[in-house]
Design a protein around this ligand. Structure first.
Ligand code: TPW
Ligand code: MG
Length: 540
């Protein structure tokens, strides 16, 4: 096999199931091998940010590697924001980039797509990936590939692989995956002893599940553990969608002042808060009603466990969870929680639509037709997603980039074969909505709920006096036909209900429902968030 075939085979062995990409002249040679070898299917999109988001979403939903393949310079640098999002939110995204051939670098001429030096791109990606390699040595390539892919999975963070274009077809030996990381059994024992003791001493322990639980494929184990220990479970904002398909004592999503008071109260009054794979970021914790003292929590994150004032290093989350399960063999503890409820039963009338009406309509839809996985963009649509009953969700809840929703939805369908629901605002749709034009070629048929308030409404909530937040009215519904899908504009609750029913019944084409929402009308969750933040700021 040649170097590219070995790389593709290794990607597959490490869990990748498909590649998203856009070629260029530096990438044509390795793209040819991707296509002809048929080791992994290739889906090309239209713009590199979309490629990165789609591959990231595939990684998130499958809990395995996502692969984004691009060309040097204009291609790879166009994807920086998507890779930064994956890094921040701990998604195992593999970036493949073409690169100049070894002899080209010696020509003395500046090469097209070169930013500063030929090494600039490598240096830029160093900042937002956990491991990197330029495959310029066929002898070393198998070990380098094995190391980089192991890093990607171990840290659940993006990695960067550059393939010089004159290296793609050189003969190359098999990639032997690295041996599993060896955990120190004594450290693990001591750590689990202490965690269990803390949880047993606590009067009201709570487990908060974060994204690493999904990244490392631990949802069923965490559900079992919480049942055996009698631990009520919440997710963070970023972890929303976790445990949706598990038998777990899931109460709801913690959002501090923006959340349901019962959940906020449960978390903030807990004397044994167990943060499992939880990113300690502002969108998860800055909106607390009563500030959570992180030193009093138990935190398992980034391959270590922090308890009180000390740290157990080199303990991967999976090892901790597995060992806890061994130590707590069951049976389940008898206890019950009162799960947060969600709005249902949308009135089919002529009233204008609020974001919470959309959540209600989706809840009705899923109750009738079954759950759908969701991809959400940043904007009020993401706060609205918190009012939709628990289902798999991919969303940029921490890094908060716009433009994620539509391409992530395409990534979901490519990765799972399931029909996704995409939630997106008009501002975000203006960025990457165009990628829907690729659905037709691949037979993807997502249902897209476009929250059209002709506004950057989230920004308006922070700074109402600024006129630049007014966006024009774009005829999104009319654009759908040209992109190969069906589009409809709805302005009343009755129309919304009928459009959703029709969308569910129509397969084979994407279904775009452009929902007109009056400016200034927020979801209940965003309204609580804005009021809460104002209250917290006023108290400072
Ligand atoms: C890539 C900053 C955060 S929210 C927002 C902006 C511009 C407005 C979103 O408008 P949209 O949704 O989509 O119509 P809604 O509900 O507020 O009306 N550039 C990027 N990411 C972010 N987060 C911004 C700018 C921003
Ligand atoms: Mg908007």
């Amino acid at each position: 096999m040649n170097l590219t075939e070995q790389l593709l085979t290794a990607l597959k062995k490490h869990g990748a199931r498909q590649i998203f990409g856009i070629p260029g002249d530096f990438a044509l040679p390795y793209f040819r091998i991707i296509e002809e070898s048929q080791i992994l299917p290739l889906y090309t999109l239209s713009h590199e940010p979309g490629v990165g988001f789609a591959a990231d979403a595939a990684a998130r939903i499958n809990g395995s590697l996502g692969v984004a393949a691009v060309t040097y310079g204009a291609g790879a640098l166009n994807m920086i924001n998507s890779v930064a999002a994956a890094f921040a939110e701990k998604s195992p995204l593999v970036v493949l980039s073409g690169g100049p051939g070894k002899n080209e670098s010696r020509s003395g001429l500046l090469l097209h797509h070169q930013a500063k030096t030929l090494d600039s791109q490598f240096q830029i990606f160093k900042e937002i990936t956990c491991d990197q390699v330029r495959l310029d040595d066929a002898e070393r390539a198998p070990a380098d590939i094995a190391r980089v892919l192991a890093s990607c999975l171990r840290h659940s963070e993006p990695v960067y692989i550059e393939i010089p274009r004159d290296m793609v077809a050189v003969p190359c030996a098999d990639v032997v995956p690295e041996a599993a990381f060896q955990v120190d059994p004594d450290a693990l024992n001591a750590c689990v002893d202490e965690v269990l003791e803390r949880l047993q001493q606590a009067k009201s322990p709570v487990l908060m599940a974060g994204v690493e639980v999904r990244r490392y494929g631990l949802e069923d184990k965490v559900a079992t553990l919480s049942r055996r220990l009698g631990l009520p479970v919440v997710t963070s904002f970023m972890g929303r969608g976790l445990l949706a398909d598990q038998d777990a004592p899931l109460v709801g999503t913690y959002m501090g002042v923006a959340g349901f008071p019962e959940v906020t109260q449960l978390v903030e009054s807990s004397d044994g808060l167990f943060l499992l794979g939880e990113i300690i970021c502002d969108t998860n914790f800055a909106v607390s009603e009563t500030k959570i003292d992180m030193r009093k929590t138990i935190q398992a994150l980034n391959g270590q466990v922090n308890i009180g004032y000390h740290t157990y290093a080199n303990l991967p989350l999976a090892a901790v969870v597995n060992h806890m399960l061994e130590r707590v063999p069951g049976p389940d503890k008898a206890f019950s929680v009162t799960p947060q409820s969600f709005p249902i039963g949308l009135a089919e009338d002529a009233q204008s639509i609020t974001p919470t009406d959309i959540a209600t309509a989706v809840n009705d839809l899923m109750a009738q037709h079954g759950k759908m996985p969701m991809a959400s963009d940043m904007g009020d649509c993401l706060f609205t997603a918190m009012e939709i009953s628990h289902t798999a969700l991919v969303a940029p809840g921490y890094y908060a980039t716009m433009g994620f929703g539509v391409p992530a939805g395409l990534g979901l369908q490519a990765a799972t074969g399931e029909r996704p629901l995409i939630l997106v605002g008009d501002g975000a749709f203006q960025m990457t909505g165009w990628e829907l034009g690729n659905c037709k070629r691949y037979g993807w048929d997502p249902i897209v709920l476009l929250f059209n308030n002709a506004s950057w409404e989230m920004l308006r909530t922070f700074q109402p006096e600024s006129h630049f937040n007014d966006l024009g009215h774009w005829g999104f519904a009319e654009m759908a036909a040209g992109l190969g899908g069906d589009g409809v504009r709805v302005g009343t609750r009755g129309e919304l209900k009928r459009a959703l029913d029709k969308a569910v019944a129509t397969r084979g084409k994407f279904q775009l429902i452009e929902i007109t929402i009056p400016r200034g009308v927020l979801s209940n969750t965003l309204a609580r968030f804005v009021a809460g933040v104002k209250r917290l700021n006023a108290a400072k």
